[in-house]
Write a protein that binds this ligand. Structure first.
Ligand code: ADP
Length: 401
């Protein structure tokens, strides 16, 4: 029997998300999450999808990622899907920052590990956690291919005109300051799925992808290649997000330091964790914001309006970057679920050929679907993202024999 299963790992600083997929039919065999690693109240939630069993939950102290992955392996083994099983072809790791160097998924060796490590200064929160996940999985199964799938890779096709900030070239290059973009796995998957929904090949269409989750980013995808995206050196740039400010005059930082007396770390925390929707109205969940708006809450309404204003600006900007747009695709938690966000984002853009049909927009579902009127010049679509499937697909493509 050939090995057809791929374990996808997404390691955060105190969490480990995973899915096990069978690439013969892309079916999901198991999924789960270990949270609060390193705390006394760690929690493991495992859903054995292959057997149809219910979710199993354990609250036990899990000291580190090594212990977390061992606990996951034990859960998988209960259904005959352990890490030692011959059916496992590879482990696919989500790696947030691949810099300029990694333009595609890569089988991990010592040189790759060293390069991911070298990128820590530009991804101090994410790359160390991703490295821990890789080292832990390698220690458990040294013989198995470990593949890194980078959040930045899809955006490496951006032309210099889009990727460079207009700051002194020498300084920028010395510190690797440029726009890298993130959520690339999602933008790649969704742009391709949108082309498929239109009955076209990715090379035949131009798509604006709006990935609106807790983190949010937009991308302009020309004939299957990313030509611009809203996140930059870090995931802070661009759209208004759950807790991140997105675009702001860089001088806000000097001002808060000089006049507000704040330290760089305090400003970093302010812009990354206490801004965006949560900073504007106290809530970062769009469901809660909508509920408050329905009750007449002005603060929630203003937060929503600022969110939409920024989103609309990016749709306009990427329309101009692409020149011709075939589709605008909404994805991730907000994009897939919040019909009022989709309606407001394209409201008044009829002259660009953009509109939503209210009835179609109100339909809920897990499938990719069009929400624009039948005669629309530009398709507007809801396209559920699936980053795990994309990571597994890219991983398997590299290792299958
Ligand atoms: P991430 O992966 O960035 O953590 P998700 O893509 O899962 O985020 O999106 C999470 C967000 O999606 C929530 O914070 C919430 O704002 C939004 N969301 C989820 N479900 C709904 C819904 N039914 N209606 C409106 N917004 C929703």
């Amino acid at each position: 029997m050939s090995a057809t299963r791929v374990l996808v790992l997404n390691s955060g600083s105190s969490s480990l998300k995973y899915q096990l997929l069978d690439m013969r039919d892309s079916s999901r065999l198991a999924s789960g999450l270990v949270e609060r690693i390193g705390e006394r109240s760690s929690r493991l939630r495992h859903t054995p999808l292959a057997t149809g069993g219910g979710t199993r939950e354990q609250s036990v102290p899990i000291a580190d990622h090594d212990a977390a992955l061992k606990a996951v392996a034990e859960e998988l083994a209960k259904d005959g899907l352990g890490l030692d099983s011959p059916g496992l072809a590879a482990v696919g790791h989500r790696v947030v920052h691949g810099g300029k160097h990694f333009t595609r998924p890569t089988v991990i060796d010592d040189a790759v590990l060293a390069e991911i490590e070298r990128l820590i200064p530009v991804a101090p929160l994410h790359n160390p956690a991703n490295l821990t996940g890789i080292r832990t999985a390698t220690a458990l199964r040294p013989d198995l291919p470990q593949v890194a799938v980078f959040d930045t890779a899809f955006h490496t096709t951006m032309p210099e005109a889009a990727a460079r900030y207009a700051i002194d070239v020498e300084t920028a290059d010395a510190h690797r300051v440029r726009r890298y973009g993130f959520h690339g796995t999602s933008h790649a998957y969704v742009s391709r799925a949108t082309a498929k929904l239109l009955g076209k090949a990715p090379e035949e269409v131009n798509v604006i992808v709006l990935h609106l989750g807790n983190g949010a980013s937009a991308s302009a995808v020309e004939k299957g290649r990313c030509v611009d995206t809203s996140m930059g050196l870090t995931p802070l740039e661009g759209l208004v997000m759950g807790t991140r400010s997105g675009d702001a005059d860089p001088a806000v930082i000097f001002h808060l330091a000089r006049v507000g007396g704040m330290s760089i770390d305090e400003i970093d925390a302010l812009l990354n964790k206490k801004s965006g929707l949560v900073g504007l109205c106290g809530d970062n969940d769009m469901r809660e914001i909508q509920r408050r708006i329905d009750e007449g809450d002005d603060q929630a309404k203003l937060a929503f309006d600022i969110y939409i204003h920024r989103l609309k600006k990016y749709i306009g900007a990427y329309y101009a970057v692409l020149g011709r747009v075939d589709a605008v695709a909404f994805t991730a938690g907000v994009g897939e679920n919040a019909a009022p966000v989709r309606a407001a984002a394209v409201a008044g853009l009829d002259s660009l050929g953009l509109a939503v049909d209210d009835e179609l927009n109100a339909v809920r579902g897990d499938e990719a679907r069009l929400i624009s009127p039948a005669d629309a010049r530009v398709a507007v679509a809801v396209v559920p993202t699936d980053e795990e499937l994309e990571i597994a697909t890219q991983t398997y493509a590299l290792v299958k024999r």
